[in-house]
Design a protein around this ligand. Structure first.
Ligand SMILES: Cc1cc2nc3c(=O)[nH]c(=O)nc-3n(C[C@H](O)[C@H](O)[C@H](O)COP(=O)(O)OP(=O)(O)OC[C@H]3O[C@@H](n4cnc5c(N)ncnc54)[C@H](O)[C@@H]3O)c2cc1C
Length: 411
Protein backbone atom coordinates (compact mmCIF):
# COMPACT_ATOMS: atom_id res chain seq x y z
CA UNK A 1 0.00 0.00 0.00
CA UNK A 2 1.20 3.48 -0.79
CA UNK A 3 1.68 6.65 1.21
CA UNK A 4 -0.13 9.41 -0.66
CA UNK A 5 -0.50 13.14 0.02
CA UNK A 6 -3.23 15.27 -1.54
CA UNK A 7 -3.14 19.06 -1.38
CA UNK A 8 -6.67 20.50 -1.36
CA UNK A 9 -9.85 19.32 0.37
CA UNK A 10 -12.25 20.02 -2.48
CA UNK A 11 -14.39 18.00 -4.86
CA UNK A 12 -11.47 16.23 -6.54
CA UNK A 13 -9.05 15.91 -3.62
CA UNK A 14 -11.54 14.53 -1.12
CA UNK A 15 -13.18 12.15 -3.59
CA UNK A 16 -9.77 10.65 -4.31
CA UNK A 17 -8.62 10.74 -0.67
CA UNK A 18 -11.70 8.87 0.54
CA UNK A 19 -11.44 6.26 -2.21
CA UNK A 20 -7.75 5.68 -1.51
CA UNK A 21 -8.33 5.45 2.22
CA UNK A 22 -11.09 2.90 1.65
CA UNK A 23 -8.55 0.85 -0.30
CA UNK A 24 -6.20 0.92 2.70
CA UNK A 25 -3.62 3.47 1.56
CA UNK A 26 -1.97 5.81 4.03
CA UNK A 27 -3.51 9.12 2.94
CA UNK A 28 -2.86 12.67 4.15
CA UNK A 29 -4.82 15.68 2.91
CA UNK A 30 -3.49 19.22 3.27
CA UNK A 31 -6.16 21.89 3.46
CA UNK A 32 -5.76 25.64 3.87
CA UNK A 33 -9.19 25.79 5.51
CA UNK A 34 -10.80 23.74 8.26
CA UNK A 35 -14.20 22.19 7.66
CA UNK A 36 -15.71 24.84 9.92
CA UNK A 37 -14.03 27.63 7.92
CA UNK A 38 -15.35 26.16 4.67
CA UNK A 39 -18.82 25.86 6.21
CA UNK A 40 -18.73 29.42 7.55
CA UNK A 41 -17.30 30.97 4.38
CA UNK A 42 -18.61 32.29 1.08
CA UNK A 43 -20.16 30.04 -1.55
CA UNK A 44 -17.59 28.68 -3.96
CA UNK A 45 -19.58 27.20 -6.83
CA UNK A 46 -22.99 26.31 -8.14
CA UNK A 47 -21.73 22.68 -8.36
CA UNK A 48 -24.53 21.14 -10.42
CA UNK A 49 -23.64 17.48 -10.70
CA UNK A 50 -25.12 14.79 -12.89
CA UNK A 51 -25.73 11.06 -13.05
CA UNK A 52 -22.25 9.75 -13.87
CA UNK A 53 -20.43 11.80 -11.23
CA UNK A 54 -23.16 11.33 -8.62
CA UNK A 55 -22.95 7.59 -9.33
CA UNK A 56 -19.23 7.62 -8.51
CA UNK A 57 -20.04 9.26 -5.18
CA UNK A 58 -22.72 6.61 -4.58
CA UNK A 59 -20.17 3.85 -5.30
CA UNK A 60 -17.88 5.31 -2.63
CA UNK A 61 -20.75 5.62 -0.16
CA UNK A 62 -20.34 9.40 0.09
CA UNK A 63 -23.67 10.34 -1.47
CA UNK A 64 -24.89 11.60 1.89
CA UNK A 65 -27.53 13.79 0.24
CA UNK A 66 -28.96 11.07 -2.02
CA UNK A 67 -32.40 11.29 -0.39
CA UNK A 68 -32.62 15.06 -0.19
CA UNK A 69 -35.54 16.29 -2.24
CA UNK A 70 -33.56 18.84 -4.25
CA UNK A 71 -33.00 16.90 -7.45
CA UNK A 72 -33.92 17.99 -10.94
CA UNK A 73 -34.81 15.67 -13.75
CA UNK A 74 -35.04 17.96 -16.77
CA UNK A 75 -32.86 20.39 -18.67
CA UNK A 76 -34.07 23.27 -20.77
CA UNK A 77 -32.60 25.98 -22.96
CA UNK A 78 -34.21 29.20 -24.05
CA UNK A 79 -32.60 31.62 -26.47
CA UNK A 80 -34.36 34.94 -26.28
CA UNK A 81 -34.03 38.68 -25.83
CA UNK A 82 -34.84 41.23 -23.16
CA UNK A 83 -38.21 42.03 -24.73
CA UNK A 84 -39.42 38.51 -24.12
CA UNK A 85 -39.06 37.31 -27.72
CA UNK A 86 -38.06 33.64 -27.76
CA UNK A 87 -36.03 32.47 -30.73
CA UNK A 88 -35.75 28.90 -29.56
CA UNK A 89 -36.76 26.70 -26.63
CA UNK A 90 -36.15 23.05 -25.90
CA UNK A 91 -36.64 20.89 -22.87
CA UNK A 92 -35.66 17.26 -22.32
CA UNK A 93 -35.59 14.68 -19.57
CA UNK A 94 -32.28 13.67 -18.05
CA UNK A 95 -31.92 9.89 -17.71
CA UNK A 96 -30.65 10.41 -14.18
CA UNK A 97 -31.39 13.44 -12.02
CA UNK A 98 -28.91 16.20 -11.27
CA UNK A 99 -28.20 17.61 -7.83
CA UNK A 100 -26.35 20.56 -6.33
CA UNK A 101 -25.15 20.41 -2.74
CA UNK A 102 -23.46 23.57 -1.49
CA UNK A 103 -19.74 22.78 -1.16
CA UNK A 104 -19.90 24.53 2.22
CA UNK A 105 -21.97 21.57 3.42
CA UNK A 106 -20.44 18.84 1.32
CA UNK A 107 -16.72 19.33 1.92
CA UNK A 108 -16.83 19.54 5.75
CA UNK A 109 -18.98 16.37 5.81
CA UNK A 110 -16.50 14.58 3.53
CA UNK A 111 -13.57 15.79 5.65
CA UNK A 112 -15.19 14.28 8.76
CA UNK A 113 -15.86 11.06 6.90
CA UNK A 114 -12.27 10.87 5.64
CA UNK A 115 -10.95 11.30 9.18
CA UNK A 116 -13.34 8.64 10.47
CA UNK A 117 -11.83 6.28 7.88
CA UNK A 118 -8.41 6.96 9.42
CA UNK A 119 -7.27 9.63 6.97
CA UNK A 120 -5.13 12.51 8.24
CA UNK A 121 -5.79 16.17 7.51
CA UNK A 122 -3.09 18.79 8.01
CA UNK A 123 -4.30 22.37 8.07
CA UNK A 124 -1.78 24.41 6.16
CA UNK A 125 -1.45 26.53 3.07
CA UNK A 126 0.92 24.37 1.04
CA UNK A 127 3.67 26.09 -0.93
CA UNK A 128 6.57 24.84 -3.01
CA UNK A 129 8.65 24.10 0.09
CA UNK A 130 5.76 22.04 1.47
CA UNK A 131 5.56 20.07 -1.77
CA UNK A 132 9.30 19.44 -1.65
CA UNK A 133 8.93 17.99 1.86
CA UNK A 134 5.91 15.94 0.86
CA UNK A 135 7.72 14.39 -2.09
CA UNK A 136 10.41 13.18 0.31
CA UNK A 137 7.91 11.57 2.68
CA UNK A 138 5.22 10.28 0.32
CA UNK A 139 5.20 7.88 -2.63
CA UNK A 140 2.83 10.15 -4.55
CA UNK A 141 1.87 13.81 -4.15
CA UNK A 142 -1.27 15.10 -5.85
CA UNK A 143 -2.10 18.80 -6.09
CA UNK A 144 -5.88 19.31 -6.10
CA UNK A 145 -5.92 22.90 -4.93
CA UNK A 146 -8.51 24.22 -7.39
CA UNK A 147 -7.88 27.80 -8.45
CA UNK A 148 -5.33 28.24 -5.62
CA UNK A 149 -2.03 29.94 -6.45
CA UNK A 150 0.06 26.83 -6.02
CA UNK A 151 -1.50 25.57 -9.25
CA UNK A 152 0.72 28.02 -11.12
CA UNK A 153 3.44 25.40 -10.82
CA UNK A 154 1.76 23.59 -13.67
CA UNK A 155 2.42 24.87 -17.19
CA UNK A 156 -0.42 25.90 -19.49
CA UNK A 157 -0.85 23.66 -22.52
CA UNK A 158 -1.56 26.12 -25.37
CA UNK A 159 -2.65 23.35 -27.76
CA UNK A 160 -5.53 22.49 -25.44
CA UNK A 161 -6.31 26.06 -24.33
CA UNK A 162 -7.84 28.11 -27.14
CA UNK A 163 -8.63 31.11 -24.92
CA UNK A 164 -6.12 33.43 -23.29
CA UNK A 165 -8.61 35.54 -21.37
CA UNK A 166 -11.88 35.12 -19.49
CA UNK A 167 -14.89 34.80 -21.81
CA UNK A 168 -17.46 35.72 -19.17
CA UNK A 169 -17.76 37.78 -16.00
CA UNK A 170 -19.44 35.47 -13.49
CA UNK A 171 -21.92 36.33 -10.78
CA UNK A 172 -23.16 33.48 -8.61
CA UNK A 173 -26.11 33.83 -6.21
CA UNK A 174 -28.02 31.54 -3.87
CA UNK A 175 -31.56 32.72 -3.16
CA UNK A 176 -34.50 31.48 -1.11
CA UNK A 177 -36.71 29.30 -3.31
CA UNK A 178 -38.36 31.21 -6.13
CA UNK A 179 -41.78 30.42 -7.55
CA UNK A 180 -41.39 26.90 -9.05
CA UNK A 181 -41.06 26.78 -12.81
CA UNK A 182 -43.82 25.09 -14.82
CA UNK A 183 -43.10 21.38 -15.26
CA UNK A 184 -40.37 19.36 -13.60
CA UNK A 185 -37.55 20.89 -11.57
CA UNK A 186 -34.79 21.55 -14.09
CA UNK A 187 -31.51 23.07 -14.95
CA UNK A 188 -32.70 26.05 -17.00
CA UNK A 189 -30.25 27.64 -19.37
CA UNK A 190 -31.19 31.01 -20.82
CA UNK A 191 -29.15 32.67 -23.53
CA UNK A 192 -29.44 36.32 -24.51
CA UNK A 193 -27.20 36.33 -27.60
CA UNK A 194 -24.14 38.54 -27.36
CA UNK A 195 -25.08 39.64 -23.84
CA UNK A 196 -24.76 36.52 -21.72
CA UNK A 197 -26.49 33.63 -20.02
CA UNK A 198 -28.56 32.93 -16.93
CA UNK A 199 -28.30 29.37 -15.62
CA UNK A 200 -30.41 28.22 -12.69
CA UNK A 201 -31.40 25.08 -10.79
CA UNK A 202 -32.50 24.10 -7.29
CA UNK A 203 -29.89 23.31 -4.64
CA UNK A 204 -29.32 22.56 -1.00
CA UNK A 205 -27.50 25.13 1.09
CA UNK A 206 -26.77 25.77 4.80
CA UNK A 207 -30.34 26.92 5.44
CA UNK A 208 -32.05 24.21 3.37
CA UNK A 209 -33.45 24.14 -0.18
CA UNK A 210 -32.69 27.14 -2.37
CA UNK A 211 -32.41 28.28 -5.96
CA UNK A 212 -28.93 28.84 -7.34
CA UNK A 213 -28.16 30.95 -10.38
CA UNK A 214 -25.11 32.06 -12.27
CA UNK A 215 -25.26 35.09 -14.53
CA UNK A 216 -22.61 34.79 -17.23
CA UNK A 217 -21.88 38.26 -18.61
CA UNK A 218 -20.08 38.83 -21.91
CA UNK A 219 -17.11 41.10 -21.06
CA UNK A 220 -17.69 44.66 -22.22
CA UNK A 221 -21.40 43.99 -22.77
CA UNK A 222 -24.32 45.55 -20.91
CA UNK A 223 -24.29 42.92 -18.13
CA UNK A 224 -20.60 43.54 -17.41
CA UNK A 225 -21.53 46.00 -14.68
CA UNK A 226 -20.07 44.52 -11.51
CA UNK A 227 -16.98 46.67 -10.98
CA UNK A 228 -18.56 48.81 -8.25
CA UNK A 229 -20.46 46.03 -6.54
CA UNK A 230 -18.99 45.49 -3.08
CA UNK A 231 -21.71 44.16 -0.80
CA UNK A 232 -23.99 41.13 -0.94
CA UNK A 233 -26.99 43.48 -1.01
CA UNK A 234 -25.61 45.32 -4.06
CA UNK A 235 -24.84 41.99 -5.71
CA UNK A 236 -28.43 40.87 -5.21
CA UNK A 237 -29.85 44.15 -6.50
CA UNK A 238 -27.72 44.04 -9.66
CA UNK A 239 -28.61 40.38 -10.21
CA UNK A 240 -32.31 41.07 -9.93
CA UNK A 241 -32.02 44.04 -12.28
CA UNK A 242 -30.15 41.95 -14.89
CA UNK A 243 -32.61 39.11 -14.55
CA UNK A 244 -35.60 41.39 -15.06
CA UNK A 245 -33.94 43.28 -17.92
CA UNK A 246 -32.34 40.50 -19.95
CA UNK A 247 -34.17 37.31 -18.97
CA UNK A 248 -37.80 38.36 -18.51
CA UNK A 249 -39.20 34.83 -18.78
CA UNK A 250 -37.08 33.68 -15.85
CA UNK A 251 -37.85 36.87 -13.92
CA UNK A 252 -41.48 35.74 -13.81
CA UNK A 253 -40.37 33.31 -11.12
CA UNK A 254 -39.47 36.15 -8.75
CA UNK A 255 -42.14 36.27 -6.06
CA UNK A 256 -42.04 39.81 -4.74
CA UNK A 257 -38.29 40.28 -4.39
CA UNK A 258 -35.29 38.00 -4.50
CA UNK A 259 -33.86 37.12 -1.08
CA UNK A 260 -30.37 35.76 -0.41
CA UNK A 261 -30.13 32.52 1.56
CA UNK A 262 -27.38 34.13 3.69
CA UNK A 263 -25.03 37.06 3.44
CA UNK A 264 -22.23 34.86 2.04
CA UNK A 265 -24.35 33.44 -0.75
CA UNK A 266 -22.68 35.48 -3.50
CA UNK A 267 -19.53 35.14 -5.59
CA UNK A 268 -18.14 37.19 -8.44
CA UNK A 269 -15.18 36.36 -10.63
CA UNK A 270 -13.91 35.30 -13.99
CA UNK A 271 -11.85 32.37 -15.17
CA UNK A 272 -9.64 31.93 -18.18
CA UNK A 273 -10.46 28.46 -19.49
CA UNK A 274 -7.14 26.64 -19.28
CA UNK A 275 -5.75 23.16 -19.67
CA UNK A 276 -2.32 22.49 -18.22
CA UNK A 277 0.39 19.89 -18.43
CA UNK A 278 -0.35 17.32 -15.72
CA UNK A 279 3.06 17.00 -14.08
CA UNK A 280 4.95 19.79 -12.31
CA UNK A 281 8.64 19.49 -11.62
CA UNK A 282 9.80 21.00 -8.33
CA UNK A 283 13.16 22.78 -7.99
CA UNK A 284 14.59 19.50 -6.65
CA UNK A 285 13.57 17.72 -9.84
CA UNK A 286 10.93 15.66 -8.04
CA UNK A 287 7.45 15.66 -9.52
CA UNK A 288 3.83 16.13 -8.45
CA UNK A 289 0.60 15.36 -10.30
CA UNK A 290 -2.34 17.78 -10.62
CA UNK A 291 -6.05 16.95 -10.37
CA UNK A 292 -9.26 18.87 -11.04
CA UNK A 293 -9.35 22.62 -11.68
CA UNK A 294 -5.57 22.82 -11.27
CA UNK A 295 -5.23 21.11 -14.64
CA UNK A 296 -8.55 21.58 -16.39
CA UNK A 297 -10.22 24.87 -15.56
CA UNK A 298 -13.51 25.45 -17.36
CA UNK A 299 -15.86 28.38 -17.37
CA UNK A 300 -18.91 27.12 -15.45
CA UNK A 301 -21.30 27.77 -18.35
CA UNK A 302 -21.88 24.06 -19.02
CA UNK A 303 -21.41 22.97 -15.40
CA UNK A 304 -18.51 20.60 -15.95
CA UNK A 305 -15.85 21.41 -13.30
CA UNK A 306 -17.13 19.50 -10.28
CA UNK A 307 -18.23 16.64 -12.48
CA UNK A 308 -14.78 16.53 -14.06
CA UNK A 309 -13.00 16.74 -10.70
CA UNK A 310 -14.94 13.71 -9.54
CA UNK A 311 -14.49 11.76 -12.79
CA UNK A 312 -10.78 12.59 -12.79
CA UNK A 313 -10.43 11.48 -9.17
CA UNK A 314 -12.06 8.18 -10.08
CA UNK A 315 -9.69 7.60 -13.00
CA UNK A 316 -6.71 8.32 -10.72
CA UNK A 317 -8.19 5.97 -8.11
CA UNK A 318 -8.60 3.20 -10.66
CA UNK A 319 -5.04 3.74 -11.92
CA UNK A 320 -3.68 3.46 -8.38
CA UNK A 321 -5.82 0.35 -7.83
CA UNK A 322 -4.13 -1.17 -10.86
CA UNK A 323 -0.67 -0.24 -9.56
CA UNK A 324 -1.08 0.02 -5.76
CA UNK A 325 2.60 0.04 -4.88
CA UNK A 326 3.80 2.36 -7.61
CA UNK A 327 6.18 3.48 -8.86
CA UNK A 328 4.27 6.72 -9.46
CA UNK A 329 6.81 8.35 -11.70
CA UNK A 330 6.30 11.18 -14.20
CA UNK A 331 5.52 8.74 -17.02
CA UNK A 332 2.84 7.07 -14.90
CA UNK A 333 1.41 10.48 -13.96
CA UNK A 334 1.23 11.62 -17.58
CA UNK A 335 -0.39 8.38 -18.59
CA UNK A 336 -3.07 8.63 -15.92
CA UNK A 337 -3.93 12.19 -16.89
CA UNK A 338 -4.09 11.30 -20.58
CA UNK A 339 -6.60 8.60 -19.71
CA UNK A 340 -8.69 11.31 -18.05
CA UNK A 341 -8.14 13.68 -20.97
CA UNK A 342 -9.57 11.05 -23.38
CA UNK A 343 -12.86 11.88 -21.67
CA UNK A 344 -12.33 15.44 -20.39
CA UNK A 345 -11.48 16.85 -23.83
CA UNK A 346 -15.19 16.60 -24.68
CA UNK A 347 -16.22 18.55 -21.61
CA UNK A 348 -13.63 21.19 -22.50
CA UNK A 349 -14.64 21.34 -26.18
CA UNK A 350 -18.30 21.55 -25.21
CA UNK A 351 -17.65 24.38 -22.79
CA UNK A 352 -15.34 26.32 -25.07
CA UNK A 353 -17.73 26.00 -27.99
CA UNK A 354 -20.57 27.30 -25.82
CA UNK A 355 -18.49 30.34 -24.86
CA UNK A 356 -17.65 31.35 -28.42
CA UNK A 357 -19.63 32.41 -31.48
CA UNK A 358 -22.02 29.49 -32.08
CA UNK A 359 -21.12 27.67 -35.30
CA UNK A 360 -23.97 27.15 -37.80
CA UNK A 361 -24.20 23.40 -37.21
CA UNK A 362 -24.59 23.94 -33.45
CA UNK A 363 -27.53 26.30 -34.04
CA UNK A 364 -29.08 23.71 -36.38
CA UNK A 365 -28.88 21.13 -33.59
CA UNK A 366 -30.40 23.46 -31.00
CA UNK A 367 -33.14 24.39 -33.46
CA UNK A 368 -33.81 20.69 -34.07
CA UNK A 369 -33.97 20.11 -30.30
CA UNK A 370 -36.81 22.62 -30.11
CA UNK A 371 -38.84 20.49 -32.56
CA UNK A 372 -37.69 16.95 -31.99
CA UNK A 373 -37.92 15.37 -28.52
CA UNK A 374 -35.18 12.83 -29.30
CA UNK A 375 -32.70 15.62 -30.03
CA UNK A 376 -33.85 17.52 -26.92
CA UNK A 377 -33.34 14.34 -24.90
CA UNK A 378 -29.81 13.94 -26.25
CA UNK A 379 -29.02 17.56 -25.42
CA UNK A 380 -30.53 17.30 -21.93
CA UNK A 381 -28.12 14.44 -21.21
CA UNK A 382 -25.10 16.21 -22.67
CA UNK A 383 -24.23 17.87 -19.35
CA UNK A 384 -23.91 14.50 -17.71
CA UNK A 385 -21.70 13.16 -20.47
CA UNK A 386 -20.43 15.54 -23.15
CA UNK A 387 -18.86 12.57 -24.88
CA UNK A 388 -22.38 11.35 -25.65
CA UNK A 389 -22.87 14.18 -28.16
CA UNK A 390 -19.73 13.37 -30.12
CA UNK A 391 -19.08 13.60 -32.95
CA UNK A 392 -22.27 15.28 -34.12
CA UNK A 393 -22.25 18.31 -31.83
CA UNK A 394 -18.71 19.17 -32.82
CA UNK A 395 -18.51 18.44 -36.56
CA UNK A 396 -20.80 19.92 -39.22
CA UNK A 397 -20.92 16.80 -41.43
CA UNK A 398 -21.64 14.53 -38.46
CA UNK A 399 -24.33 16.99 -37.31
CA UNK A 400 -26.09 16.73 -40.67
CA UNK A 401 -25.99 12.93 -40.57
CA UNK A 402 -27.27 12.87 -36.97
CA UNK A 403 -30.10 15.28 -37.70
CA UNK A 404 -31.13 13.47 -40.88
CA UNK A 405 -31.35 10.25 -38.90
CA UNK A 406 -33.39 11.79 -36.07
CA UNK A 407 -35.73 13.60 -38.44
CA UNK A 408 -36.31 10.37 -40.38
CA UNK A 409 -37.25 8.53 -37.18
CA UNK A 410 -39.59 11.38 -36.25
CA UNK A 411 -41.28 11.44 -39.69
C1 LIG B 1 -19.47 30.48 -10.33
C2 LIG B 1 -19.12 29.02 -10.49
C3 LIG B 1 -20.11 28.10 -10.75
C4 LIG B 1 -19.79 26.76 -10.92
N1 LIG B 1 -20.78 25.86 -11.22
C5 LIG B 1 -20.49 24.57 -11.47
C6 LIG B 1 -21.52 23.63 -11.79
O1 LIG B 1 -22.71 23.96 -11.82
N2 LIG B 1 -21.16 22.33 -12.03
C7 LIG B 1 -19.86 21.93 -11.99
O2 LIG B 1 -19.59 20.74 -12.22
N3 LIG B 1 -18.87 22.81 -11.67
C8 LIG B 1 -19.15 24.09 -11.41
N4 LIG B 1 -18.15 24.97 -11.08
C9 LIG B 1 -16.77 24.49 -11.02
C10 LIG B 1 -16.48 23.65 -9.78
O3 LIG B 1 -16.86 24.34 -8.61
C11 LIG B 1 -15.01 23.33 -9.71
O4 LIG B 1 -14.60 22.85 -10.97
C12 LIG B 1 -14.69 22.26 -8.67
O5 LIG B 1 -15.04 22.68 -7.38
C13 LIG B 1 -13.20 21.94 -8.75
O6 LIG B 1 -12.85 20.99 -7.78
P1 LIG B 1 -11.34 20.88 -7.30
O7 LIG B 1 -11.31 19.74 -6.36
O8 LIG B 1 -10.43 20.88 -8.45
O9 LIG B 1 -11.08 22.24 -6.53
P2 LIG B 1 -11.87 22.93 -5.34
O10 LIG B 1 -13.19 22.30 -5.15
O11 LIG B 1 -11.78 24.39 -5.61
O12 LIG B 1 -11.00 22.59 -4.05
C14 LIG B 1 -9.69 23.06 -3.85
C15 LIG B 1 -9.42 23.13 -2.37
O13 LIG B 1 -8.01 23.35 -2.16
C16 LIG B 1 -7.83 24.33 -1.18
N5 LIG B 1 -6.50 24.94 -1.41
C17 LIG B 1 -6.17 25.84 -2.36
N6 LIG B 1 -4.86 26.13 -2.29
C18 LIG B 1 -4.36 25.39 -1.28
C19 LIG B 1 -3.06 25.27 -0.73
N7 LIG B 1 -2.01 25.96 -1.22
N8 LIG B 1 -2.87 24.43 0.33
C20 LIG B 1 -3.93 23.72 0.84
N9 LIG B 1 -5.17 23.81 0.34
C21 LIG B 1 -5.39 24.61 -0.71
C22 LIG B 1 -8.99 25.28 -1.38
O14 LIG B 1 -9.27 26.05 -0.24
C23 LIG B 1 -10.12 24.30 -1.69
O15 LIG B 1 -10.73 23.84 -0.52
C24 LIG B 1 -18.44 26.32 -10.85
C25 LIG B 1 -17.44 27.26 -10.57
C26 LIG B 1 -17.77 28.59 -10.39
C27 LIG B 1 -16.66 29.58 -10.10
Amino acid sequence: MAKIAIVGAGQGGLHLAIGLRQDGHDVTVLSNRTGQQIHDGFVTSSQSMYGMALGLERDLGIDFWEHEDVKYSAASMRIGDGDGNVMLYWEGQMDEPGQSIDQRIKMPRWMDHFEKLGGKILYQDADIATLEELTLDFDLVIVASGKGEIGQLFQRNPERSPYTQPMRVLALTYVKPMRPRDGDPAISINVNPGIGEYVTFPGLTRSGPCDIFTIECVPGGPMDCWADVKTAADHLAVSEHLLRTYFPHEAERIDGRLELTDDQAVLRGRVTPTVKHPVATLPSGRTVLGLGDVLVLNDPITGQGSNNASKGAQIYLDAIRANPNGPFDAAWMTNVFERFWDYAQWAVNYTNMTLGQPPAHMMKILQAASQNPAVAHAMANSFNDPQSITPWYFEPAAADRFLAEKMQVAA
